[in-house]
Ligand binder design. Structure first.
Ligand code: IPE
Ligand code: IPE
Ligand code: MG
Length: 226
């Protein structure tokens, strides 16, 4: 029996190296990377089984980058959400952000909230961006909420207080050759299949994703059973 892919998670990595290899500024790599997000999201929306795709767009550690790169990423994100709204409406894509958004500017937070509200009823694909996201931070924030609620501490209750109100990740793809999680979705990746490719994110295509999904489908997922 082949595995069904419902929740795909992606660590889109390698934008900076892609640009540097071409003698361009790193920011050009981020611009090119945004085009890849667009292409992969369209592919996922048309895919028969994918219900959600969660991209790692900015980690709790990425604030360590030079100020101008951080500022560029924030502006790019705001512009991206503005530009994509029509596509989300046309393709019935629901947008959702996870992470600690409190550190972002008012205008970016408003844009995120507006995009979420405008697309809340869309049901073909849920397109999640992890923003100022860290897996440990998410678990700590969830634990805090659970304590405040007075509910019993167990996996189900803690899981409900996470940022991600949907299923576990089936498949994680990381581009650019790095083979690490970098604090991504630590709770939701417990039983995910992992796939790594050397391709840098701006060069990643729906065709390559399709090959990865085919290979994933044939894997033997045992979940601790036999
Ligand atoms: C991923 O590409 C995008 C973000 C982390 C925002 P990088 O910017 O990490 O690219 P490399 O890893 O330096 O090549
Ligand atoms: C992970 O990539 C974060 C995102 C893709 C947003 P990084 O490039 O920041 O991760 P490390 O530093 O190589 O682990
Ligand atoms: Mg990187």
């Amino acid at each position: 029996m082949s595995n069904e892919l419902k929740h795909l998670a992606i660590i889109m990595d390698g934008n900076g190296r892609w640009a540097e290899q071409k003698g361009l500024r790193r920011t050009k790599g981020h611009e090119a990377g945004a085009e890849t997000v667009r292409a992969i999201t369209t592919y996922c929306a048309a895919h028969p089984t994918i219900e959600s795709v969660t991209y790692y767009a900015f980690s709790t550690e990425n604030w360590k980058r030079p100020k101008h790169e951080v500022e560029f990423l924030m502006k790019l994100l705001e512009k991206y959400l503005k530009n994509e709204l029509d596509t989300y409406r046309r393709e019935s894509i629901r947008f959702f952000a996870i992470g600690d958004l409190s550190r972002f500017s008012d205008s970016l937070r408003e844009r995120i909230a507006f995009t979420q509200e405008e697309t809340a009823g869309n049901d073909r694909l849920t397109h999640v961006l992890a923003l100022n996201y860290g897996g440990r931070d998410e678990i700590v924030r969830a634990a805090r909420k659970l304590i405040q609620s007075g509910e019993e501490m167990n996996e189900e209750n803690l899981g409900r207080h996470l940022d991600t109100p949907y299923s576990d990740v089936d498949l994680l793809v990381r581009t650019s050759g790095e083979q690490r999680l970098s604090n991504y979705l630590l709770w939701q990746l417990s039983y995910s299949e992992l796939a790594f490719t050397d391709t840098l994110w701006p060069d990643f295509t729906p065709e390559e994703l399709e090959r990865i999904i085919e290979e994933f489908s044939a894997r033997n997922r045992r979940f601790g059973g036999i």
